[in-house]
Design a protein around this ligand. Structure first.
Ligand SMILES: CCCCC/C=C\C/C=C\C/C=C\C/C=C\CCCC(=O)SCCNC(=O)CCNC(=O)[C@H](O)C(C)(C)COP(=O)(O)OP(=O)(O)OC[C@H]1O[C@@H](n2cnc3c(N)ncnc32)[C@H](O)[C@@H]1OP(=O)(O)O
Length: 199
């Protein structure tokens, strides 16, 4: 894994009391298929791997001469920048399936992410799609930047609700990685958002 994933800071992608039952159920669904360690310490490889998540991606990055020490010390990852617990904004956890080149996000949208009344803001949806696909592209190709993100909003996401986000590899072309992403209801029956990204 890239360096940022091995940090020892607080891991924000573990279950907390703000998670609703759907969030917990899906977490368990994927977590139960992750690597397990038996009592004699033997590791059994799982199909999925949970990706820890911290509030800084590069805690000790210098950021170049233009970044002041104050900014460096206060910088926070956009999706993990709320001090209080309680599911106010982005609650999410990512699981990666290396073999099938798929990455899944389970996302519970808190009350601070309102756009249209009662529904999630399109920018927040774009943010979580960028997070899932950007992380997936990083795992597939090393350090990358989002060059293009194309989003079709198909049906609103209710505020407070949980959705399933899936990123899959379309193709690699030289140093470019192309991914597709679908945001659906947790049972997969309702399509909320579709996206493609170039990284
Ligand atoms: C994404 C992961 C971030 C990395 C994180 C690291 C570790 C992970 C740790 C924790 C994870 C935590 C968070 C991750 C979650 C979210 C991250 C959010 C990701 C972002 O939110 S990131 C910010 C938004 N992002 C930018 O701020 C990019 C600004 N931009 C640039 O930095 C340049 O623009 C760049 C680098 C994109 C290209 O620069 P360049 O110098 O390589 O460009 P060049 O012209 O050589 O193009 C080379 C080939 O790309 C094609 N190409 C270029 N631009 C294109 C476009 N827009 N659409 C389609 N194709 C395009 C050309 O057509 C050509 O194609 P060809 O080779 O076939 O001709």
């Amino acid at each position: 894994l890239p360096l940022p994933f091995s940090s020892k800071s607080r891991d924000f992608s573990l279950p907390n009391s703000s998670w609703n039952s759907e969030m917990k159920r899906l977490y368990e669904h994927y977590n139960s298929q992750c690597e397990v360690e038996s009592e004699d310490g033997e590791k059994q490889k799982g199909l999925w791997r949970r990706l820890p998540s911290y509030n800084r991606s590069l805690k000790y990055a210098t950021g170049g001469v233009y970044l002041s020490k104050l900014i460096q010390s206060k910088a926070r990852l956009f999706t993990r920048n709320i001090k209080e617990q309680g599911g106010a904004a982005f609650e999410y956890v990512l699981f990666n399936n290396e073999e099938e080149q798929r990455c899944v996000g389970i996302f519970q949208a808190g009350h601070l992410l309102e756009g249209p009344p009662g529904n999630v803001h399109g920018g927040a949806i774009a943010t979580i799609i960028d997070t899932v696909t950007g992380t997936h592209a990083t795992l597939l190709s090393g350090t990358v930047m989002t060059a293009n993100l194309n989003i079709n909003y198909r049906s609103p996401i209710p505020l407070g609700g949980t959705v399933h986000i899936e990123s899959s590899l379309d193709r690699k072309e030289g140093r470019k990685t192309f991914l597709s992403c679908r945001v659906t209801s947790t049972d997969g029956s309702k399509l909320h958002t579709e996206a493609t990204g170039d990284f």
